[in-house]
Design a protein around this ligand. Structure first.
Ligand code: ADP
Ligand code: GLC
Length: 504
């Protein structure tokens, strides 16, 4: 089975969040499960730099796709190649005017959306559709698997381009429903999208064009990254305005839990951990804590309960709750290290709170892959107080490193962390701490429970040992995706009821 996996990030070449980790690890796991996978990505500079081009460039036809004439010189091309470090086969969408820019993949250097994001990401979907219909005569996929709003138009262009003829099955994965790619109605024409699909059953969203809604409406199968989030997004509370669409399409929606790439996140082999450690030889973890305290200017207290965090600091992640509990955390003898960046208000509030506790709390604003590993290795507890969390990867990494996750009980956090209660401690299934009320009080109570468990050293060691032995293997997820691909490829349903005849 041939899968064209379409995405915008790829660890370690380009990463703004967990999407990059998934897009690196899942295709490899699918490949190991017997699928043949090629990943289609924009040729952002850091991605292009990590790919070895291996075949002839293919010109991407313009007719029917987004109108980028005048902006795109030279014309967009598809370059087949391989990621140098892993050998993963890829197609790069080489459109220098769209992707070779200073700044991030979605935002410019000052943190604003690129003004032409609609065209930039429509082009990616257009390329996916073209490849999906055999644009590369040597490799025609059975399934096109698109990810997040940036690729939401892929199934639309596929339908338009196929014009009723055969086409690959489509999967659309929601990594985060909060980001939807909503653009004004007058974007339709320049993107080559028909008005006839600008309906409540199509890609119309409150008078605007929604890339996310397009992905949800036109794909054969919808997945998201945890079973619990799959249920949550069908409710008005978590549906980000698309719960009605998701309820309507709930038979096509499933949750497949993300995994962990244990070749990257493993304290027994992590080159960033000075003395490797494992659940049955923990000295290296104490060393990692000592080293981090030294590096960041924290008081060198081996017994301090060290809380770590590695996170985007957006409203989603819940760090607005942390300043209010920091005094309490320090009074109980704890220490805090936060590595993150995002919302300026949250960054400042964390900074100001930490400044009240020199030697006990540190906030590092920025993105630092090496420090992220050091924090996982050093921390006793990893804070993930997210308001909502589709899957969340850091709590999974933390468990492998023996940092017990303290999480808000939502989405993938609820699916992966077992709260420490008398029952779960008794049965040996406890792996962290879960709070249910999203408030500073809710978080504070969970913190108190973590201090209480830490005082019971034998219980703490038992929970930690269990957390370290848990595995969230990509193999399991890959098998679930393979089964899904087989099902939809065998029965390519009419994904969408609206007739496309004469619609252009
Ligand atoms: P999300 O994708 O919503 O940001 P995830 O938990 O799925 O959340 O993935 C976040 C990924 O980004 C993890 O690999 C985490 O280690 C990494 N990360 C987040 N913030 C930082 C940071 N400031 N520095 C280094 N890595 C970070
Ligand atoms: C999103 C989500 C996160 C998830 C990641 C990878 O960024 O916010 O919960 O783990 O995608 O699927």
């Amino acid at each position: 089975m041939k899968i064209l996996y379409v995405c915008t990030e790829l660890y370690p070449l380009l990463k703004t969040g967990g999407l990059a980790d998934v897009c690196a690890a899942l295709p490899a796991a699918l490949q190991a499960s017997g699928c043949e996978v090629r990943v289609l990505l924009p040729a952002f500079p850091s991605i292009a730099a990590g790919v070895h081009i291996e075949g002839a460039a293919m010109a991407l036809p313009a007719a029917g796709g987004p109108d980028i004439a005048g902006t795109s010189q030279p014309a967009p091309r598809i370059l087949p190649g391989r990621v140098r470090a892993t050998g993963q086969e890829v197609y790069l969408l080489d459109a220098p005017a769209q992707y070779q820019r200073r700044g991030g993949p979605y935002l410019d250097a000052s943190g604003h959306d690129w003004p032409d994001n609609a065209a930039r990401f429509a082009l990616l979907s257009w390329a996916a559709a073209w490849l999906g219909l055999g644009g590369d005569a040597r490799w025609r996929p059975d399934v096109v698997h698109a990810n997040d709003w940036h690729t939401g138009l892929a199934p639309v262009y596929l339908q338009l381009l196929a014009g009723g003829g055969p086409k690959p099955a489509t999967v659309f994965t929601i990594h985060n429903l909060a980001y939807q790619g909503v653009f004004p109605r007058d974007t339709l024409a320049p993107l080559g999208l028909p008005e006839s699909l600008f309906t409540i059953d199509g890609y119309e969203y409150h008078g605007h064009l929604s890339f996310m809604k397009a992905g949800l409406q036109f794909s054969d199968a919808l997945t998201t990254v945890s079973p619990r989030y799959a249920r949550e997004i069908t409710t008005p509370e978590q549906g980000c305005g698309l719960d009605g669409v998701l309820r309507h399409r709930s038979e096509r929606l499933s949750g497949i839990l993300n995994g962990v790439d244990y070749s990257v996140w493993n304290p027994a082999s992590d080159p960033l951990v000075e003395t490797p450690y494992e659940y049955n030889r923990m000295a290296g973890k104490a060393g990692a804590k000592r080293a981090l305290q030294h590096l960041l200017g924290l008081e060198p207290r081996p017994d301090a309960l060290l809380f770590g965090a590695v996170s985007r600091l957006s409203d989603q992640k819940g760090f607005q709750l942390v300043p209010a509990v920091l005094d309490d955390l320090v009074e109980h003898g704890g220490q805090l290290v936060v590595l993150g960046s995002g919302d300026a208000g949250i960054e400042t509030a964390l900074h100001d709170a930490a400044a009240r506790h020199p030697g006990q709390a540190v906030v590092r604003v920025g993105y630092d892959e090496a420090l992220a590993h050091s924090i996982m290795a050093a921390a006793d507890v990893l804070l993930v107080p997210s308001r909502f969390e589709p899957c969340g990867l850091t709590q999974l990494y933390a468990m492998r490193y023996g940092a017990l996750p303290l999480v808000h009980g939502v989405g993938g956090l609820a699916d992966t962390v077992t709260d420490s209660t008398p029952e779960t401690l008794g049965s040996g299934s406890a792996s962290g701490f879960v709070f249910h009320e999203f408030s500073a009080d809710g978080l504070r109570q969970a913190l108190h429970r973590s201090f209480a468990l830490h005082r019971r050293r034998a219980d703490w060691a038992r929970v930690r040992r269990h957390a370290m032995q848990l595995r969230f293997d990509w193999k399991v997820a890959a098998q679930a995706y393979c089964t899904l691909y087989q099902r939809i490829a065998a029965a390519p349903g009419t994904a969408h009821a609206t007739s496309l005849n004469g619609s252009r």
